[in-house]
Design a protein around this ligand. Sequence first.
Ligand SMILES: Cc1cc2nc3c(=O)[nH]c(=O)nc-3n(C[C@H](O)[C@H](O)[C@H](O)COP(=O)(O)OP(=O)(O)OC[C@H]3O[C@@H](n4cnc5c(N)ncnc54)[C@H](O)[C@@H]3O)c2cc1C
Length: 479
Amino acid sequence: MAGAVPVVVVGGGLAGLCTALACAPRRVLLLDAVPRGAGSASRLAQGGIAAALGPGDSAQAHARDTLAAGAGLADPARVRQLVASAPWAVHWLIAQGVAFDREHGRLALGREGGHGAHRIVHAGGDATGAVILDALARQAAMQQRIERREGLRVDALLLRAGRVAGVRAVAPDGGVELIETGAVVLATGGIGGLYARGTNPAGHRGAGLALALAAGARLRDLEYVQFHPTALAVGAGRLPLVTEALRGAGAVLRDARGRPAMAGVHPRGDLAPRDVVARRLWRLDREGGAFLDATALASGWEQAFPTVLAACRAHGLDPCAAPVPVTPAAHFHMSGIEVDAFGATRLPGLHAVGEVACTGVHGANRLASNSLLECVVMGHRLGLTLAQACPMPPPAGVSRLCEAGAPLQEPALARLRARLWQAAGPLRSPAALARAADELQGADADTRVAAAMLAAMRANRRSAGAHWLEREDEAALPA
Ligand SMILES: Cc1cc2nc3c(=O)[nH]c(=O)nc-3n(C[C@H](O)[C@H](O)[C@H](O)COP(=O)(O)OP(=O)(O)OC[C@H]3O[C@@H](n4cnc5c(N)ncnc54)[C@H](O)[C@@H]3O)c2cc1C
């Protein structure tokens, strides 16, 4: 693609695609380390996207639930802005060709933890992310102004005269390429792959945070890591998610003796905010484990929950016949690269969007299905801003290459994941955090990001949302 210097978007998940589509009157170069969105969390999204579209529901109620889940630490103005755009986001996705599930001709609305109303729009039952990503990838392929290059991993930012001047990308054969631009968007996703148990793709280990750290951009609130309460407990590593929408449809969490696990823990019971449920299940891990009982949902599994059904069957489990074992797993990072309301960081020329960015809308704990929403709304807004900005040639001057650091290799990676899981999970103690921080030292990208997260966790002595400090005498590790 010849012509003007492109806006470079790093990451082809939902946030990167939405940014590229909105920016496309300009030339856009969309880079991704993994082809066809296969390395993205967006493709795995199950439950859906939150929007107040149902009878009696309102943006105000959606904002109230978002702020309550965020434990008082979300930015009210940003939250109001986000949820007010939610109905528009759903209709924009429909216009891009996303076929959301319908009931009697109307959008079918599910319910998830922390929501006071049915407001989760979904597609393909529990295959929402894949359906959305495929539709947007088709749109991007039709846009002549978007060039998509896959298999390129960005491992450094180029700086000149205090501005971002480009990126360095590494091909699978080890070849490197410098791409010059005055506008870089990081849309690299989250950090769940840094933990021994997580729902994210294994490669999600904070690449964007490592790049931002190296370049001196400001990171924010790194201690707030959301643990999804119900990953399928089939060992360690990347675990299949068991969507919260199942509990919205009536499934019940039980302890090892079959008793309702959430009884008396929170007024919303099984649909309490995620941090509350995750802490309860983390404790139950020490007492024989937890189970999701969806046996009362007798029919409709193939249509409503095909992804969960397939994952259970792949592990020899039948969720229609018996409760399935579940465990908390690292799922979402509320924190990230600090950005303004338009996705700009404080480092000129550097922007961030999606899970890698911190806009302040999630506070200490994200409300279910608000992440896809944020990707669409913020991606669109950032793309439009970049499309309308003056051309951004790379600045002149002496170059400085800010390297994220090499990815950590096994077995050191397994040790880092185990350490974070033990010390920086749903329940933390100052002593365990200090031990982990002492142990984790290195110049590789993974250790740098983990060390920054541990430093933030140690610095914040106030339990809120997903950052929860337990008393030292409670801090025995789960088996
Ligand atoms: C199992 C699961 C279920 C979920 N369900 C829901 C849900 O129902 N509703 C909801 O709102 N949220 C859900 N979430 C959260 C949501 O999916 C994510 O927060 C969101 O999709 C993140 O989108 P993103 O575009 O920021 O990042 P991603 O979709 O993760 O995309 C990041 C992309 O960047 C690429 N990349 C990373 N580093 C580099 C690099 N250095 N160079 C080049 N490319 C790079 C990756 O390959 C990837 O394609 C779920 C998450 C998971 C894991």
